[in-house]
Every structure is written in C-alpha cells, then in structure tokens.
Design a protein around this ligand. Sequence first.
Ligand SMILES: [Zn+2]
Length: 417
Amino acid sequence: MWRLLILTACLSGLAAAERKSYRSYKLISVQALNETQVKYLQSIHDSENYEVDFFSDPSLIRTTDILVAPWDYGRLNNVLRKAGFNVKVMVEDMQTLIDEEMMEMVASPLNFDYRNNYLTLDQAYLLIDDLASKYSDLITVTTLGYSHQGRPLKQVKISKNTGTSKPAIWIEATTHAREWVSLSVALGIIHNLVNAHGNTEKASLDMLAAFDWYINPVHNPDGYVYTHTTDRLWRKNRQIISGCGSIVGVDLNRNWDVNHGGTGSSASCSSDTFHGGSPFSAPETAALKAAVESTPNVKAFFSFHSYSQLILLPYAYTTATAPNYNVLKLMGDNAANALYEVSKRRFTVGSAAQILYAASGGAYDYFYVRRGIQYSFTYELRPSGIPYFELPAREIAAAIDETWASFVSFAEQIAAV
Ligand SMILES: [Zn+2]
C-alpha cells in the first residue's frame, strides 16, 4: 500500500514537471517482405504525417517495431494493412511498461545497487568516483570533454602497472539515451575489472595483464538525464541546432565521419536518426574521437546499445563484406556461445548492414574504417523484443553477467591475435 502511495505521489510530481506521457501509445510490429515494403516503411519513418517512433529501422531481415501515438494508430494501421502488412500490436499501452519500471526505481531511490536498479547520471558518476577512490591503484577518472549542456563526459581508465606498455581497449555506452541497460553493463565491466573475485577473478586478472581499459560509460549525459526527468524514450543528445528551430538533438551514432549523411541516417531535424550538420558537429562525438585518437595502441573498440540481442560487426554503413569479416565473425560467435552458456540467450552475430539495416555515421565503423582498429564491435543487449528499452530492473544483473562472459571471451581472443 505504501509503495503504491509513494508511486502515486511520485508520478503526480513528475506529471507536474510535464513528463511526456505514453498513455495508450501502441507498439506495433510489422515484417517487410520485399524492397517495396521496406521503402514504404521508410517513407512513413521520414514522413511528418504520423507521430511515430521507430524502435528499429525498416529491414527485410527483422521486424520493424514502431511506437505510434493513440490519435494516429487507426490511420497508420489502415495504410499499413492496405500496403499488405500484417500488423501485430505488441504493447497496448507503453506507459504501463514505463510505470512498472519506475515503480521498481521509486522503491529504492537512494540505492546505488547498479545490478538491481537503474541509476541516475549523478548516482552513476558518484559510483564511478567511489570505485576510483577505493581502487586508486587501478582506476583513473578524468573528463574527456563536455556535453552540449556542459555535463562532463567521464573517462574511466583501468590499468594495472606491470612495468610494460599494453595495447588499449576502448568502450563507450549510453550513446542512445533511452538504452539504459547499456550503462548498467558498462558499470558491471568496470566493477568486474577492478574488483576481481570468485568466478570473475582469473578472467579479470588476465584482462588487466593483457590490456589497458578506457571506458566512457555515459556518452550522452544530457539525453540520459532527459530520459529520467522528461521523456523516457528520448534517444538523441539535447543539442540546439541552427536551422532546426525548437527541435533539438543529434543522433550521436550517425554523427561520425564515415559515410556521414548516407543510408540509414536522416537530414531532418525531427528524425531520431538526424545526423547533424556535419561530422562531429556534436561535442560528445568530437570529444570521444579526440580521446580515442590520443590513446596509444588501441586494439579494439566496443559500443554498447540495446535492444535486439545482437553482436554487430563492421560494416554498418554498407552491405559490403569487411576485409577481416571471417575473423570477426568467429570471435563474435565464440563470444555469443560464452554468453549462451550463462543465460541460454541467443545473440545473433553478423555485420550490421547484413543482419539488421544499413546505418551511416556510426562510431564503430568510424574506428574500423578511418582509424584501422581491426577489432570493432557493437552490442545490442537484451531483450530481443518486448519490453524493448524497458528491460525490467530485475533483469539487469543477468544482462551484466551474460554480457561479461561474452566480453571475457572477446578479450581472450583479441589478446591472442
Ligand atoms: Zn542504440
């Protein structure tokens, strides 16, 4: 009863702050069967006639998940059916999922237990600083740059002094603000690397012996804060852009200088895949680029996103096959098998453009293509579909543990080549 009262109080407080409501917003799922249907979905994606949010981009290979406002659902359903689509309603009321997630957070607002709760930005930063003071021989926290609104982009370096120089592995997470579990996994990796014990001990020590680790756990702090205060499903940063009027935000994973402005990105300010005026026009991407490029001997780069249960290989921007595709595929398959051993979840491995859809201007393609980092990967974490970005907090620990197992496998394989 108390919990309900607290929740009600909290929700009404949030309503007062004009939090965006997704009451009666429906999540529909369609499968395009031919190129014409893909193009048709793309035209809806690019149109401003409907209030829609594409959780996944149009694809022949996978279902396209579309959130639609209640006032546009009937009309959209009609045109899709006329165009030959079998429309499945997966979620009747998106707000219900958001409320459930919030109820879990409200139950323990001062809890820093990142394995069982989603943290706010302040909590995550405090946790990182706390780990840095506890393991000061291993962790150095610096600021690699600032977001559009002036928030620090924290860089966590984990390095064990062995008297020899080691290759580096870079990790970035929380690029897309609503993909909360990606931050949880980044915090899990930081924690496991420095607090080696029990069944993670040997792997952690090996990983510290082989590499220096650099982690940017919240690449998009402005967007992340906004998902907590105002709009749970916000994706982009919060940049004010000349020529875009009151519409803000750049998709940070379309703003890198690799086929910038090409397939799978949008020139429209209002699009969730808006690529920004020019490469690195977002301060967040410019800062991360500079940080990675000033790091000596970077051997591998990882981005963490959700959802879909995928391990993505280059390329994302073209369906062409990458030069060392076979090596990357084998590494990815081994990592996916290690993950499966932990949780019996299947992660699909392949090039993003071949198994998902083409997306230009992404971070891991940039480092692979432009900077010659041969081992470059993107995770799409759990779940595979429902409840999409609203992975319940009770599943965070499992997401961390399964991802960690696959990540250990990656580190072992990369150390061996
Ligand atoms: Zn993402």
